[in-house]
Design a protein around this ligand. Structure first.
Ligand code: NAD
Length: 334
């Protein structure tokens, strides 16, 4: 199938081209994001391959369908950015990569915790400037601390296992508790109890209408003073304005973000010679106890190989009318 690959970076081209040796699709690599004004670039293709900050609303999907696109292949697990009802109305098949490397994301979440706790990001800068003072770098033992995990799917489960390895006690909240987590000693509790008891709260649930701003002022008010909050899931799980207030009051003692509500205007691009006009994001950058990475938790060799193979296998299965494509059904959004 001819596939227009939007938001292409050099690493996407590398891994998709390698994986395509097994599939023989005609890949058209396009640097622009998929938005209404770039839909025309898909002309002549039967499928588009899109990433997390591409726009897949009704307007864009209609434009794609009008140009003969039949398949939208997401090279991501999350699909909150797709209007699945519009896709169904337009007879577009949407596929995704359900679980590519839960280890990549869970390990990155653990990395944010270690860096924030021991102030490694600050120590790195100090030592380079010849400042070997320790004042301000005090951390705490992770061993024996309570960690709250919101969402124990593929990533949350691996994360819980990693934190168990540090000797942490794990509380979790998930509408679908997992036996595998209970087996390693995870205790499922209601969200207010998780918030009230956890020294670290880590978000590993998907972005849905129900989880939008699951961390808002009210949730933060239930947390312990100085709580460490980690979000590697989706930006809109956290009400950023409320998080800033909680950082100012000390309610949040450390904030680790790999995702941000308005990241589509920032992430994945080199903006180092431009002025950042997002004042909320700029405010976050002023806090010494905030560590932000630009949606890189998935970014490991293993994950990129898996994403490329599964993405192309999804398209191949649909092309051949075979079973096995990871199709997202519209029922999942209701
Ligand atoms: P998953 O579908 O395996 O697990 C999600 C879990 O969240 C499920 O167990 C589900 O029952 C639970 N859940 C749903 N609603 C909930 C709620 N209201 N409260 C608590 N739990 C709830 O997904 P996954 O593979 O573990 O991925 C989790 C999220 O991580 C994805 O949705 C995606 O947004 C994000 N992600 C981020 C990156 C990155 O690079 N930063 C990469 C991959 C995935």
């Amino acid at each position: 199938m001819r596939i227009a690959v939007f938001s292409t970076k050099p690493y996407d081209e590398h891994y998709l081209s390698s994986a395509n040796a097994d599939h023989g699709h005609d890949l058209v690599f396009l640097e622009p994001r998929l938005v209404a004004r770039t839909v025309a670039l898909a002309e002549g293709s039967e499928a588009v391959c899109a990433f997390v900050n591409d726009v897949l609303d009704r307007e864009v999907l209609t434009g794609l369908a009008e140009r003969g696109i039949r398949v939208v292949a997401l090279r991501s697990a999350g699909f909150n950015h797709v209007d699945l009802h519009a896709a169904a109305d337009l007879a577009l098949t949407v596929v995704r990569v359900p679980a590519y490397s839960p280890h990549a994301v869970a390990e990155h979440a653990a990395g944010l915790i270690l860096a924030l706790n021991r102030k490694i990001h600050r120590a790195y800068m100090r030592v380079r400037e010849g400042n070997f003072a320790l004042t301000g770098l005090l951390g705490f033992d992770l061993h024996g601390k309570t960690v709250g995990v919101v969402g124990t799917g593929a990533i949350g489960t691996v994360f819980a296992r990693i934190m168990t390895g540090f000797g942490c006690r794990i509380l979790a909240h998930d509408p679908h508790p997992k036996a595998a987590c209970a087996d390693i000693g995870v205790t499922y509790v209601p969200l207010p109890e998780l918030f009230a008891s956890s020294v670290i709260v880590a978000l590993h649930c998907p972005m849905t209408p129900e989880t939008h701003h699951i961390i808002d002022g009210e949730a933060l008010a239930q947390m312990r003073d100085g709580v460490m909050l980690i979000n590697t899931s989706r930006g809109a799980l956290v009400d950023t304005a409320a998080a800033i207030e909680a950082l100012k009051s000390g309610r949040i003692g450390a904030l680790g973000l790999d995702v941000y509500e308005e990241e589509q205007h920032l992430f994945f691009e080199d903006l180092s010679d431009r002025v950042i006009t997002d004042d909320v994001f700029s405010r976050l950058l002023t806090f010494p106890n905030v560590l932000i990475t630009g949606h890189q938790a998935f970014f490991t060799t293993e994950a990129l190989e898996h994403i490329a193979h599964t993405t192309l296998a999804n398209v191949t299965a649909i092309e051949r009318g075979e079973e096995g494509a990871h199709i997202i059904s519209t029922e999942r959004v209701d």
